[in-house]
Design a protein around this ligand. Structure first.
Ligand SMILES: Cc1ncc(COP(=O)(O)O)c(C=O)c1O
Length: 423
């Protein structure tokens, strides 16, 4: 038996940790959230909306909590009313009759969906193609499952990158990343952090490789409702892709309630059953009243579809204005923003500012620390969204979140104005 507290202690406590815990590495959020708590900057760092969620959603949750039975465990794969509502809403979007009982898994946020999906697919030594820059949980999740990430970066089409659409996949580089060992490919459209909305021909290229190498596509589409230019295309709707795609969504991102942590995966019954086998022994089920609340929100969206009252119509139009505001602020101080087609993040090149640092850490990390401490504005280093191998591609870019309340944007504007006076 291991003796934790009696001497002699032969191991440090950390040596009891399983090897897979080392796959997690350093988490960028820990440092930059602590920094924001300490310096109280205008927080354009972490990706959550700090404006009020829709009233109908808060009311739905309050009502759900008053119904006794909704305060107990619900169906493990997903609360009945929610899976019905998701199936109804997404069937036309997937051009397919989605079976609420077998084609949907509700999870603790999209994080949970990614974890269950990846762990249900990846065996030790399997390779997973990951398009980068990527949401930072992808690599630790793949590695903890014993998988080997094969990262393929988006590359600039030309020398100057003005729009997220100027970042693209090199077809040969992508094809070379696939092999007989490839189990899955991880795609994120609209992409965090670039805001790129993948075009049909890019998705076709990924789909063809999946089919050729018999790989599954895990498609993270949490920003599906935040598209300003281009069209959100679900890779699952391309020929031959429904059978091999897990499509991930998030109520946190769709309805601006990131604290609710309700996500879902839509896919073929066998893959959903496998993902559920991971989830059932981890969470067993997700919070019932929250699922009921999200169900009511989807039912409302169904009735308001395409109308001005629809949250999925209102949110992108509000965010498009916020995007214009942040672009102006960044341009005014001399940064070079890369205008995103979707999502609520924007990358900006800080190189034209000529700020120099002496430390050995990556430039963008030092810049973000300096920006928070000296200028009172929080941003996130973009190299955190790259593999170590390709982190140099981040250059001097940092990521700002513009999915923020008017008061946060106003505070940021004031601090940018203050900074401008120094020039
Ligand atoms: C691309 C992407 N995927 C997944 C998530 C996690 O979403 P959730 O909060 O629903 O777990 C995030 C959160 O920022 C994200 O940006």
């Amino acid at each position: 038996m291991r003796r934790f507290f009696s001497s002699p202690v032969t191991k440090t406590m950390s040596s009891y940790a399983a090897a897979r815990t080392a796959a997690t590495g350093k988490n960028v959020w820990v440092e930059f959230i602590d920094l924001a708590l300490k310096y109280k900057p205008a927080n354009l760092g972490q990706g959550f909306p700090d404006f009020a969620p829709p009233t109908f959603l808060k009311q739905a949750l309050a009502r759900a909590a008053m119904i006794d039975s909704l305060n107990q465990y619900t169906r493990s794969k997903g609360h009945g009313r929610l899976v019905q509502a998701i199936a109804k809403y997404y069937s036309p979007l997937h051009k397919k009759e989605i079976d609420p009982m077998n084609n949907i898994l509700v999870t603790v946020g999209a994080y949970g969906a990614l974890y269950c999906g990846i762990n249900s697919l990846v065996d030790s030594g399997d390779e997973v193609v990951v398009i980068e820059p990527f949401f930072d949980s992808y690599l630790p999740c793949i590695k903890a499952a014993g998988g080997i990430p094969k990262c393929v970066p988006l590359r600039p089409k030309s020398k100057e990158v003005l729009l997220s659409a100027d970042l693209t996949l090199d077809p040969d580089e992508l094809a070379a990343a696939f092999s007989s060992k490839t189990k899955a490919v991880l795609l994120n459209t609209p992409n965090n952090p670039t805001g790129k909305v993948f075009e049909r021909k890019e998705l076709e290229m990924i789909a063809d490789l999946c089919k050729k190498h018999d790989a599954i596509c895990v498609s993270d589409e949490v920003y599906e409702y935040l598209v300003y230019e281009g069209e959100h295309i679900r890779i699952a709707t391309l020929p031959g892709m429904w059978e091999r795609t897990l499509t991930i969504g998030s109520a946190g991102k769709a309805f601006s309630v990131t604290g609710w942590k309700i996500g879902w995966t839509i896919g073929p019954a066998e893959l959903i059953a496998a993902a559920h086998s991971i989830m059932v022994n981890c969470n067993y089920t997700c919070a019932t009243p929250l699922q009921e609340g999200v169900a009511l929100a989807f039912e409302r969206e169904w009735e308001q579809k395409g109308k001005n009252d629809s949250y999925f119509v209102e949110l992108p139009s509000v965010l498009k204005e916020k995007r214009a505001e942040i672009v102006k602020m960044l341009n005014d101080v001399g940064m070079k923003p890369i205008i995103p087609q979707g999502g609520y993040f924007i990358l900006a090149d800080t190189a034209p500012l000529n700020v120099s640092f002496e430390g050995e850490d990556a430039y963008d990390f030092q810049f973000c620390r300096w920006l928070t401490k000296s200028k009172g504005i929080a941003a996130i280093p973009s190299s955190a969204f790259y593999s170590r191998e390709h982190s140099h591609l981040a250059g001097k870019c940092v990521r700002f979140c513009f999915g923020k309340s008017e008061s946060t944007l106003q505070a940021a504007r004031a601090r940018f104005e203050e900074w401008k006076k120094e020039f």
